[in-house]
Design a protein around this ligand. Structure first.
Ligand SMILES: Cc1cc2nc3c(=O)[nH]c(=O)nc-3n(C[C@H](O)[C@H](O)[C@H](O)COP(=O)(O)O)c2cc1C
Length: 278
């Protein structure tokens, strides 16, 4: 099994000290290959907001020759991920936000099913909850089964090492268990709604040149009998609520994309979707 720690801080600081402790704990529980990916050491250009990845495909990113694909390969090869970041200005550092920005098309085209993750935020006073909730949210959207969060306060206090070790032990056990069971995530109501609404959108706005539509078609997600990204039992209540929401949004989608959906997407990308009168 392979574990990749994605290090989101701009220095090798407390984040490293804590992640090394997590590594030691995991390895004490199971023989693992453990790799660190320091975002500060890779050449990942800042997203310029062209929207090409969304509409035309990730290969049309103006920076597709930087470290993005190397990073992606590392994620694809890992069975388990650890997202780590110090809290900066109540959230993740810009370095890590850019990493998520550059991979934003995966929110539209999730591709990491079968992987598990935990998130760790080291902090001084506040912001860790927001950071770890964000790791959870990103994981859910990317198809990763998010197992647990570690919020580690790094302020000097008596007995802090013991407290941190206890937290790490608990989360490491959960991580190893999930790594070995490989159980797909039980979809939440939000997951089911998200799938159904997007399926509806791509079926109505069916522009075959659109990267999302192409990907969803290739995966078989637009087929009538596909109920979710993967085979899993969906509760009747979740299906009913999601179905109801679909019925509510359908007329809106039909209205927006009544003409050529490609034209609508092109207009959006050219900043022609909002036109105030002169
Ligand atoms: C620029 C900057 C902004 C920070 N903002 C926050 C913050 O909003 N909330 C917080 O609890 N700690 C904040 N901290 C403290 C760090 O999160 C904390 O010291 C952390 O453990 C440092 O991690 P590192 O050693 O891995 O860089 C900030 C530190 C820096 C340098």
């Amino acid at each position: 099994m392979k574990v990749l720690a994605i290090m989101g801080g701009p220095r090798k600081g407390y984040g490293t000290i804590i992640t090394e402790k997590i590594e030691a704990e995991l390895i004490s529980l199971q023989d693992l290959e453990f790799e660190y990916l320091y975002l500060k050491d890779v050449n990942l250009e800042s997203c310029i907001g062209c929207h090409n990845c969304f509409f035309k495909g990730e290969d049309k990113c103006p920076f597709s020759n930087d470290a993005r694909d190397e990073i992606l390969n590392k994620i694809f090869q890992a069975d388990g991920l650890i997202f780590t970041a110090p809290a900066y200005a109540l959230h993740i550092p810009a370095l890590m936000k850019n990493f998520f920005d550059r991979l934003s098309y995966i929110f539209h085209r999730p591709c990491f099913f079968g992987k598990i993750a935990i998130g760790m935020c080291n902090y001084g006073i506040a912001g860790a909850k927001k950071v770890t909730n964000y790791f959870n949210e990103v994981s859910d959207s990317w198809g990763i089964n998010y197992i647990d969060s570690l919020k580690i306060n790094t302020q000097p206090k008596p007995g802090i090492e013991k407290k941190i070790s206890k937290k790490i032990k608990k989360t490491s056990k959960k991580f190893i268990k999930a790594l070995n069971t490989q159980k797909p995530k039980k979809p939440s109501l939000a997951d089911v709604i998200g799938f159904k609404v997007r399926k509806l959108l791509h079926n109505i706005a069916h522009d075959e040149t659109n990267a999302d539509v192409q990907y969803w078609s290739e995966q078989g997600w637009l087929d009538d009998d596909t109920k979710y990204y993967y085979e899993v039992r969906l509760g009747i209540v979740k299906r009913l609520i999601a179905g109801l929401i679909n019925m509510m949004v359908k007329p809106q989608f039909k209205k927006i994309f009544a003409d050529d959906p490609k034209l609508k997407y092109d207009q959006y990308q050219k900043l022609q979707s909002i036109k105030f009168g002169v």
